[in-house]
Write a protein that binds this ligand. Sequence first.
Ligand SMILES: CC/C=C\C/C=C\CCCC/C=C/C(=O)SCCNC(=O)CCNC(=O)[C@H](O)C(C)(C)COP(=O)(O)OP(=O)(O)OC[C@H]1O[C@@H](n2cnc3c(N)ncnc32)[C@H](O)[C@@H]1OP(=O)(O)O
Length: 286
Amino acid sequence: MLRNSLIGSLRQIKPILCSQSLRSLSNGANSGLTTIEVDDKSGIATLSMNLPPVNTLTLNLMHDLIDSINQIECNKSRGLILTSSNDKVFSAGLDLKELYKPDQERLKEFWTIFQDLWLALHLCGIPTAAAINGHAPAAGCIMATACEYRVMLPDFVIGVHATRFSFLVSKWMMLSYQSVLPRRIVERALNQGKLFSTQEALEVGLIDEVAGSKKEALAQCAAFIGTFDKANPIARTLTKRMCRDSDVTELLRDRAGDLRACVDYINTPLFQEGLSAHLEGLKEKK
Ligand SMILES: CC/C=C\C/C=C\CCCC/C=C/C(=O)SCCNC(=O)CCNC(=O)[C@H](O)C(C)(C)COP(=O)(O)OP(=O)(O)OC[C@H]1O[C@@H](n2cnc3c(N)ncnc32)[C@H](O)[C@@H]1OP(=O)(O)O
């Protein structure tokens, strides 16, 4: 919807054609893996991921997230807060089972929808914030960095630890990380495969605030969204897009090339062996 129009022209505002009223958000044709609650007073929408046990980004969850982001934008909510219904995990990142000995066509679909989700979050016209109420490794962290503000609960971890199991990240994922953290910290953290504790994440600036509870985190995100009250919404949206233009263009200029590179890499023995060991490690943890 709004995001798709940007593929043609990043600087243009697409007229909002949606006709649903603000309070009538439903999950329509999606699989029900997300819920949307709109606060009557503030008009802010809370978008919760709800795929037990750990909100892995499966094809269906990513589809539902994109659908929900589009609905929230179309219904002219004042802002979007991304969070999780699970009280220990924000999101465990991409569904590793989709990457292990994958069916090639499904893998292409999977990677393409991951690109779509990143674009949907990155280009969302309204203010966005993440209430990180649990662990946020890998793509869980990338989703949070695509939002404009991050509030996290104590005693969890966040970061992109891909190199620990011989994964690479695409340049657009690195840019997302780099839009929040200084380049030298990103370089070191990506190379180390570092997962930051909540306190470390606050100290380096990966998150903006720590909250004592989910309720507080949601309130802090809402307060952040309220800071835009004096800005004209259209001017704000255009300015946000201008600020994000180079990162988004990096992906849009060659989406097919990114897809090819990822599919090729995922099919290498290096990747598959690292992934197999990682999956074993997750099983042995029990
Ligand atoms: C040019 C570029 C080239 C190439 C690109 C190539 C590659 C692309 C990859 C790019 C970057 C990667 C992005 C990703 O997001 S990969 C996903 C990485 N995520 C993880 O490694 C997280 C793993 N999970 C955990 O660490 C823990 O589960 C977590 C989140 C801390 C929660 O812990 P806990 O509450 O104790 O829960 P369990 O560990 O017991 O997990 C419950 C259950 O879920 C299964 N599971 C967990 N995470 C995943 C996952 N990501 N995918 C699939 N399944 C997962 C886990 O195995 C348990 O299953 P069980 O059946 O045993 O109950």
